[in-house]
Design a protein around this ligand. Structure first.
Ligand code: FPP
Ligand code: MG
Length: 447
């Protein structure tokens, strides 16, 4: 019965009748809260197939490379980014088709003129390949007869669109949006492989990290490989604006990581910070730097992937902007909570080592808040907590001045902005409720 009402609602919404409006209201009355409170349940099919599809996208003829590049996909991560893309895509499907269009930059394109129909364009699959497949094959089994490795498997030749069925009327998620969810997880995983090398991490998701199991070199190469395959998949979405913004956010991730290194010993010479000072303007500047870095290293991937999901659904520019803003604010909220948990959570809870930021010489929001109260912390920040006792002293001051609580309050401000963006962008629906629930739960997460 419930499914039937959901099905009718979603489809009838496209014909904006009063019947549809009434049905929508009834549906909301009978949608159990438990369903809305479990965001994954609305996109469980897509989430269940996500890893399998990614593995198909990253297959090679080299079993060792396959092992390293798939290592982080074997453990249960939070998968927040693909979940957001899928839920947002589903929520966007509530916007009637007659309010959508092919983006203007595509309207004179060869492919779109032949399709000549916005709806047909929106429902298109990602292409299997632009390039003749033999070009990807390069050397064949005929060229290399004695290798233990097969030059290329079928999966890596065509990067098959496994399980990307045509537009699912009941779910509303477009095939290219499903692929986007996979791409986002691939980029994120590549960045984690690199990040764990940079941070000398020893655990990730409760297991030894990639750099520990396979060496730094292998982990870096596997990250590069994932990025390469993700880039191929992005181009096959056939939307130049999406190619542009997804590529730019890969660059943003690196920029963000560079900004972070700038604050540590590993980067020499340090930025010219001028005369030592603890003036408010200096602390404000440090906060701006921190927020900018957090946007680049965390917010940009979320913001750009949600912007891409909106672009792929053909909605109007103001909706695209609100989706982007939603991702940006949610991303900042996410990173602030991450930085707070580094102080308040145990390693066991997090599945990775905690209390690492200070040890790596990195000042995050909790320390910056404490600095506002005790100017003496400025010297420790400037020397990246490198003298014996610096880390302990900084921890004491963070606890004394409620640095973690203040960080939480700042995260809550970004959460509020994100919720506002959501309500501006989307009509009411079960997917929007699930997104609201997810946004709230980022604030209360424990890992
Ligand atoms: C986790 O940060 C890391 C990131 C959010 C991004 C890292 C980005 C790079 C290493 C740049 C290279 C990017 C690509 C795409 C290859 P964290 O150390 O604060 O979190 P953690 O505690 O989970 O390690
Ligand atoms: Mg790290």
């Amino acid at each position: 019965m419930l499914n039937r009402i959901h099905f009718l609602t979603r489809n009838s919404c496209r014909y904006k009748s009063s019947f549809a409006v009434a049905l929508n209201a009834v549906s909301k009355l009978v949608t159990p809260q438990s369903l809305l409170n479990n965001p994954i349940s609305l996109v469980s099919n897509e989430m269940n197939n996500l890893v399998r599809n990614i593995i198909a996208l990253i297959g090679t003829g080299n079993p060792y490379l396959d092992r390293v590049s798939s290592y982080y996909f074997e453990t249960e991560g939070k998968k927040v980014r693909p979940l957001l893309v899928l839920l947002l895509s589903r929520a966007l499907s509530e916007i009637p088709m007659d309010k959508r269009q092919i983006p203007p930059y595509l309207s004179n394109d060869n492919i779109t003129t032949s399709l000549n129909n916005s709806i047909q364009w929106l429902k298109q699959q990602p292409v299997e390949s632009f390039t003749p497949l033999n070009i990807f094959q390069g050397l064949t089994n005929a060229d290399i007869k004695h290798s233990r490795f097969h030059p290329l498997t079928q999966a890596s030749l065509s990067f098959k669109n496994n399980n990307i069925e045509s537009f699912d009327k009941e779910n509303g998620i477009l095939p290219r949006q499903r692929r986007l969810a996979e791409i986002v997880e691939m980029i994120h995983t590549a960045s984690l492989l690199h990040d764990d090398v940079i941070d000398h991490a020893d655990t990730r998701r409760g297991k030894p990290s990639g750099n520990v199991v396979f060496t730094n070199k292998m982990a870096v190469l596997a990250g590069d490989f994932l990025l390469g395959r993700a880039t191929v998949a992005i181009s096959r979405l056939r939307d130049p604006q999406v190619v542009e913004i997804m590529s730019s956010c890969i660059a943003s991730l690196v920029e963000g990581e560079f900004m972070q290194l700038h604050n540590t010993d590993e980067y020499d010479p340090k930025p010219n910070t001028g005369k030592k000072s603890t003036s408010i303007s200096k602390i404000d500047e440090a906060f701006d730097y921190y927020i900018h870095k957090s946007y680049l290293k965390t917010g940009s991937l979320i913001a750009m992937s949600l912007r891409s999901a909106a672009i792929l659904s053909g909605v109007k520019p103001n909706v695209i902007e609100s989706c982007y803003e939603f991702g940006k604010n949610l991303g900042l909220c996410f990173q602030l909570i991450d930085d707070m948990l580094d102080f308040t959570s145990s390693s066991k809870q997090m599945g990775k080592t905690t209390n690492v930021d200070l040890k790596l010489g990195i000042s995050t929001a909790p320390v910056l808040f404490a600095w506002k109260e005790d100017p003496s912390l400025g010297d420790l920040i400037e020397r990246n907590f490198e003298l014996p006792g610096d880390v302990e002293r900084a921890l004491q001051l963070v606890y004394k001045y409620d640095g973690a609580k203040k960080t939480y309050e700042l995260a809550r401000e970004y959460r509020d902005k994100a919720l506002k963006n959501l309500r501006e962008a989307l009509p009411e629906s079960d997917s929007r409720s699930a997104l609201e629930f997810l946004t709230n739960s980022i604030l209360t997460r424990r890992k």
